[in-house]
Each structure stands twice: as structure tokens, then as C-alpha cells.
Ligand binder design. Structure first.
Ligand code: SF4
Length: 101
């Protein structure tokens, strides 16, 4: 389920941007499947990044994901990139795989 699809199940009041999300129907590129290999992750995230960069709400989405410590690819940013930007996650996939703190 991509960012634009999650909000039907949540009641946060700061997600007015979600209906304009470009990622509706594209969940499989925004969240990893089980046991995804690094090369497959790079390819999937490159595709997600492309979608995000054409999305009219990229900055609102990125801010939301950072504040809520979301997992997956949001606002043109991977878990690893959010983590590196100071919005720490408990176990971001890229950081864990490469053992970066
Ligand atoms: S920036 Fe990316 S993840 Fe966020 S709503 Fe747009 S397409 Fe979806």
C-alpha cells in the first residue's frame, strides 16, 4: 500500500495532501517484498523515486514520513535516506544490511 492509499485506514489530521498522491495503485514499488535482494531494492527504489519526482505533494509527503518515522519509500526518500537525514528508524533496511549506524 503506497502513501496515497494508507490514509483510508488512518485518522491523522495532517494528510490533506494524500488524495493528490501519484503513487496510488503502485504499492509494490514503495514497500519491499520479503527477502528483497539489494540489487532489486535499488531498481525498485529508482522506479519509486521517479514517481515521487513527478508527484505534486512530494514535500508534504516527505515531511509527513519523517515526522511519523514511516517505513518504505515516501516523498522521494528511502528509509535509509530518512534515517541519514536524522529521522531515525529502529531498523531501516539499507542501514541494517550494510551495518551503518
Ligand atoms: S511523494 Fe511519492 S510516496 Fe509521496 S505521495 Fe507522492 S508518489 Fe506517493
Amino acid at each position: 500500500m503506497a502513501a496515497g492509499e494508507l490514509f483510508a485506514f488512518r485518522e491523522w489530521d495532517d494528510a490533506t495532501w494524500a488524495p493528490r498522491a501519484e503513487c496510488r495503485g503502485l504499492s509494490e514499488i514503495f514497500f519491499p517484498p520479503a527477502a528483497e535482494r539489494p540489487q532489486a531494492r535499488e531498481k525498485r527504489e529508482a522506479h519509486a523515486r521517479q514517481v515521487c519526482h513527478s508527484c505534486p505533494v512530494m514535500f508534504e509527503c516527505r515531511d509527513f514520513a519523517r515526522r511519523h518515522r514511516e517505513y518504505g519509500f515516501w516523498g522521494g526518500e528511502s528509509e535509509e535516506e530518512r534515517h541519514a537525514a536524522g529521522f531515525r528508524l529502529i531498523a531501516p533496511i539499507g542501514v541494517r544490511a550494510r551495518q551503518i549506524s
